[in-house]
Write a protein that binds this ligand. Structure first.
Ligand SMILES: Nc1ncnc2c1ncn2[C@@H]1O[C@H](COP(=O)(O)OP(=O)(O)OP(=O)(O)O)[C@@H](O)[C@H]1O
Length: 264
């Protein structure tokens, strides 16, 4: 982790659905260059927070800014232009496209000739496609996806699909990568592989990472900073060590089936 400036700043964000307060005056920040995690029991508001950051949901109150620029009013599809990319809790790939084409789709915010032209190699798009393809190939190598390059995404094992989704988010060259439960449903080997990839993306590519994750072993291993939500409020934030020893956090998790120390 380098420096101490906030890349993402969340100020007093509230989000209400009819009678449910999913988030209540949440304030926290993600430091540039860090791996930060958002944890909390089921229903605490973690995905709602990611959705507010990525623009899927509009906060009822409060402000979110990225590198000092406020995101309010910026539609989700334009937030890649602010350096944001995300993955989803349930994999959201183009299941009928190859791994390569899924990553090219992730690059569409950087293509001048448009998504369809890039996929179908039309006219001038071909030269541009070659340039972007090189970048995509770098990502494929980096994530060890080479054996799957031309395979149809929907036919791949679950853990590989999760990595393809990570690759697609990376293809947009984000400054901040939002990951919603990257380890969910993975076996131990896949989990360790994904954790290694996240560390490498952060260390070698300098991408700041903000992740929601239930696997506490991974969270405590790879995070510089942890924010704990409970009933839509910030219960605590600090280093993994401080969080693990915080009595309020321990007691919030004791009532949760997952427990704080799920172990790996
Ligand atoms: N679209 C929605 N409409 C109505 N209520 C919602 C919606 N999205 C979330 N909620 C409610 O907001 C609260 C927070 O949900 P959220 O999914 O953000 O929690 P979470 O911490 O991500 O949970 P989990 O760990 O189970 O994924 C819950 O009470 C949930 O039912």
């Amino acid at each position: 982790m380098n420096g101490s400036s906030a890349l993402l700043e969340i100020k007093e964000v509230s989000l209400t659905f009819k009678n449910v307060a999913a988030l209540s005056r949440v304030s926290c920040s993600v430091q540039k260059g860090s791996i930060s995690s958002l944890i909390g029991p089921n229903g605490a508001g973690k995905t709602s927070m990611l959705n507010c950051i990525s623009g899927r949901y509009t906060p009822t109150k409060g402000k979110i800014s990225m590198d000092g620029r406020e995101l309010s009013g910026v539609p989700a599809h334009k937030r890649t232009g602010f350096g944001l990319a995300r993955t989803f809790q349930n994999i959201a790939l183009f299941r009928g496209l190859s791994v390569l084409d899924n990553l090219m789709v992730g690059r569409h915010s950087r293509l001048n000739y448009g998504l369809l032209a890039s996929i179908f190699y039309l006219g001038k798009a071909r030269a541009e496609e070659t340039r972007h393809r090189e970048r995509v190939e770098d990502i494929i190598d980096f994530l060890n996806l080479s054996p799957y390059r031309h395979q149809i995404a929907g036919h791949l094992p679950y853990g590989v699909q999760k990595k393809v989704e990570l690759g697609r988010a990376l293809a947009a060259e984000p400054e901040l990568l939002l990951l919603d439960e990257p380890m969910a449903g993975m076996n131990l080997e896949e989990t360790e592989d994904m954790a290694r990839s996240i560390l490498d993306i952060n260390e070698e590519w300098g991408v700041t990472v903000f992740l929601v994750e239930h696997d506490m072993g991974v969270v405590m291993d790879i995070s510089d900073h942890v924010v704990v939500l409970d009933f839509g409020r910030v219960l605590a934030s600090g280093t993994p060590e401080a969080i693990q020893n915080n009595p309020k956090v321990i007691s919030a998790y004791l009532g949760d089936d997952d427990g704080l120390y799920k172990g790996r």
